[in-house]
Design a protein around this ligand. Structure first.
Ligand SMILES: NC(=O)c1ccc[n+]([C@@H]2O[C@H](COP(=O)([O-])OP(=O)(O)OC[C@H]3O[C@@H](n4cnc5c(N)ncnc54)[C@H](OP(=O)(O)O)[C@@H]3O)[C@@H](O)[C@H]2O)c1
Length: 277
């Protein structure tokens, strides 16, 4: 089956990486459903789709809302007759030192980044299993492979995505379904602006306030050397058009370099390097 007959569904298409993945897939002939929790944010994608006459369609999908997920996936399946690619992209970051995070803030973070991905994938898998083909593409992160201070909530969601994807990949392969992890580095999107800062971390008297300040400065620097969301979209296109895709793809010059260094180091050497950074 060539890409023209294939149907892709992308979550969190209203901005950044999801926006660019939706566009690149549609421009390369995939019938693409750009889903988002607020359809009003899809107006620029809509006008590009009209100008370029792309097979790009829209559906409301909030990954934290079970009814919304069920409704969107069922409607797309009824309309398109199949689903070949699911891109689990929706996500956000919660920032704060571990002690400053409330349990509710952590639960809300997991509700989107982990349970949202599980909810959507479990809705799509039976469809792919019956087709005996499909690809589940999970947008993880380079930090699905290592931690950094103030990132325990976000990083642990990406470690969870890595673990569940790897386990699932063995289970679904006999049904013709591939699981792919995309691990972006620092990408120039709204991600850092829309990150949630834990309530206690906003208190200048928090014992972790100097650490928070230091991290803020480092992130500003890293953003300047970050990659574009188009770069990530190219990696995704490469993965989904490969007959034998790998389980993991890094996406971003910074993360490619860092993980190449990590590969050559002991755990202790890597931890020491991170402390200096
Ligand atoms: N930027 C980076 O440096 C970076 C690095 C590694 C991994 N990532 C991962 O890449 C993915 C996309 O992030 P991005 O950089 O493109 O950031 P972004 O521009 O902030 O986009 C995040 C997208 O997720 C959507 N979203 C959030 N909660 C949602 C929900 N409950 N249901 C449906 N959609 C929801 C947002 O929708 P709204 O517009 O409605 O908020 C938005 O479309 C995330 O999973 C992120 O963890 C990003």
């Amino acid at each position: 089956m060539d890409s023209k007959q294939k149907v892709a569904v992308v979550t969190g298409s209203s901005s950044g990486i999801g926006h660019e993945i939706s566009l690149i897939l549609a421009r390369n002939g995939f019938t693409t459903y750009a889903t988002m929790r607020n359809l009003q944010k899809g107006s620029d994608l809509k006008s590009i789709a009209e100008d370029e006459k792309l097979h790009l369609y829209f559906a409301q999908l909030d990954v934290t809302d079970e009814n919304s997920v069920k409704m969107a996936i069922q409607t797309i399946h009824n309309e398109a007759g199949r689903i070949d690619i699911l891109i689990n992209n929706a996500g956000y970051g919660l920032t704060g030192a571990f002690e400053d995070l409330s349990l509710n803030e952590i639960k809300t973070q997991y509700e989107t980044n982990v349970f949202g991905l599980i909810r959507t994938t479990q809705e799509v898998l039976p469809i792919m299993r019956k087709q005996r083909s499909g690809m589940i593409v999970n947008i993880s992160s380079g930090v699905g492979r290592f931690g950094y201070p103030t990132g325990s909530a976000y990083v642990s969601t990406k470690f969870a995505v890595e673990g569940l994807s790897e386990c699932m990949s063995y289970e679904v392969e006999p049904f013709g379904i591939k699981v792919i992890l995309i691990e972006p580095g620092v990408i120039q999107t709204n991600f850092f602006n829309s990150s949630v800062l834990a309530k206690k971390s906003q208190d200048p008297n928090s014992p972790y306030a100097p650490l928070m300040k230091g991290m803020e400065n480092s992130i500003d620097k890293m953003m300047k050397n970050g990659s574009t969301p188009q770069y990530v979209a190219e990696v995704v296109l490469d993965a989904v058009t490969n007959e034998n895709p790998k389980l993991r793809y890094l996406a971003g010059k910074d993360i490619e370099q860092l993980l190449e260094m990590k590969r050559k180091m002991s755990d202790e050497e890597f931890v020491n390097m991170m402390k200096q950074m």
